[in-house]
Design a protein around this ligand. Structure first.
Ligand SMILES: NC(=O)c1ccc[n+]([C@@H]2O[C@H](COP(=O)([O-])OP(=O)(O)OC[C@H]3O[C@@H](n4cnc5c(N)ncnc54)[C@H](O)[C@@H]3O)[C@@H](O)[C@H]2O)c1
Length: 326
């Protein structure tokens, strides 16, 4: 029987995209109680509708910078999934806020987990820690040469996770997610990810903007797969591990644009613009082998199927929001 069966679980960032899917996955794995901790700076309570309806989940609106509140919430907890974080653009705009939320907030969470003697901590890290690739695919031993404030905070989180794991005999697994996509992505805020930005452009009848020759690439991993990797990380034999969560598939941005146009039946086409400075690495995709060895994880959802589900969910989510406004 898995660690989650009958467990009391806390998911920080639990109203966010990945966090809310982790809440659902923990409930499906038999958790007795799941507490979604979120300050609702980006996540929304609707993401938890399904989970709250089970009667075994609740949303606790606290900020992870509040040490006492974090300590009190984690008391009696068996498993912790730490997903709360700011978006990378927000970290660039406000580095001190990033330090306070992502570095000090994460320390509060790890300290409280150690005090509560939790049986497993699973933390969200990011492929951003690698920076510009010196080799591909990106394996976990690749140099950490990222230059963003967000990436620096994630490296600090991983290292503190390791240190606390050793100091307090606390099993900690950090998962370096690549580009997560799927239902419950943020479709409302000022900054949205590329797929949502392009779906918005399609709705507005505008062409999709590609930079350079559109050959830049990314590794897209479907959100349900990411949630499943979190559950597998609970029961992995490894107690101090850092693992990529990726599909291992390199997708060129021009191919992604073509897929979105095809699946929406749109004829808005694409427009090429010069590559802006400071953009993401030109090519990026991960090595999924350690995740297979350590977690028994392999991404299962093909990009075409995942994008189809995202399009369907987004249509419904926007229709519901419109209906509520009228
Ligand atoms: N989405 C991706 O492509 C991606 C890629 C790599 C890593 N990650 C990491 O995965 C995790 C989940 O990302 P996501 O895409 O679900 O993002 P998200 O923004 O949807 O979720 C993060 C949640 O954290 C909450 N939060 C922010 N500050 C908080 C605070 N001070 N206290 C409590 N809650 C706070 C937000 O309200 C939000 O609901 C994050 O740690 C993120 O850095 C995401």
């Amino acid at each position: 029987m898995g660690l989650l069966s009958g467990a009391r679980v806390v998911v920080t960032g639990g109203a966010g995209n990945v966090g809310s899917h982790v809440v659902d996955a923990a409930l499906a794995a038999g958790a007795r109680e799941v507490i979604a901790v979120d300050a609702l700076v980006r996540g929304v309570p609707e993401n938890l509708d399904h989970a709250l309806a089970t009667g075994r989940a609740r949303l606790v609106e606290i900020d992870i910078r509040d040490r006492e509140a974090v300590m009190a919430t984690l008391r009696g907890c068996d498993v912790l999934f730490h997903q709360a974080a700011l978006r990378w653009t927000r970290c660039q705009e406000a580095p001190r806020e990033c330090q306070e939320v992502m570095v000090e907030g994460t320390f509060n969470v790890l300290e409280a987990a150690a005090e509560a003697n939790v049986r497993r901590v699973v933390m969200a890290s990011s492929a951003v820690v690698y920076g510009e690739p010196v080799r591909l695919p990106l394996d976990e031993d690749h140099p950490l040469s990222g230059t963003t404030v967000y990436g620096a905070a994630k490296v600090a989180n991983e290292q503190m996770g390791r240190a606390i794991a050793k100091l307090r005999d606390l099993p900690v697994v950090s998962l370096r997610y690549f580009n997560v996509y799927g239902p419950r992505m943020d479709v409302r805020s000022r900054f949205v990810e590329v797929m949502v930005r392009w779906l918005n452009a399609i709705d507005e009848g505008k062409p999709l903007t590609l930079f350079g020759d559109g050959s830049a690439s990314a590794d897209f991993v479907y959100v349900d797969d990411v949630a499943r990797a979190n559950v597998l990380a609970c029961d992995a034999a490894a107690t101090d591990a850092i693992v990529n969560v990726c599909s291992g598939v390199e997708t060129r941005m021009r191919d992604l644009a073509a897929l979105l146009l095809e699946l929406t039946g749109s004829d808005v086409g694409v427009r090429y613009e010069p590559q802006p400075p400071g953009a993401l690495p030109q090519r990026r995709y991960g090595d999924p082998r350690r995740a297979a060895d350590v977690l028994g994880f392999r991404a299962e959802t093909e990009l075409r199927e995942g994008v189809r589900r995202l399009i369907q969910w987004r249509r419904q989510a926007l229709a519901t929001a419109d209906a509520l406004q009228t």
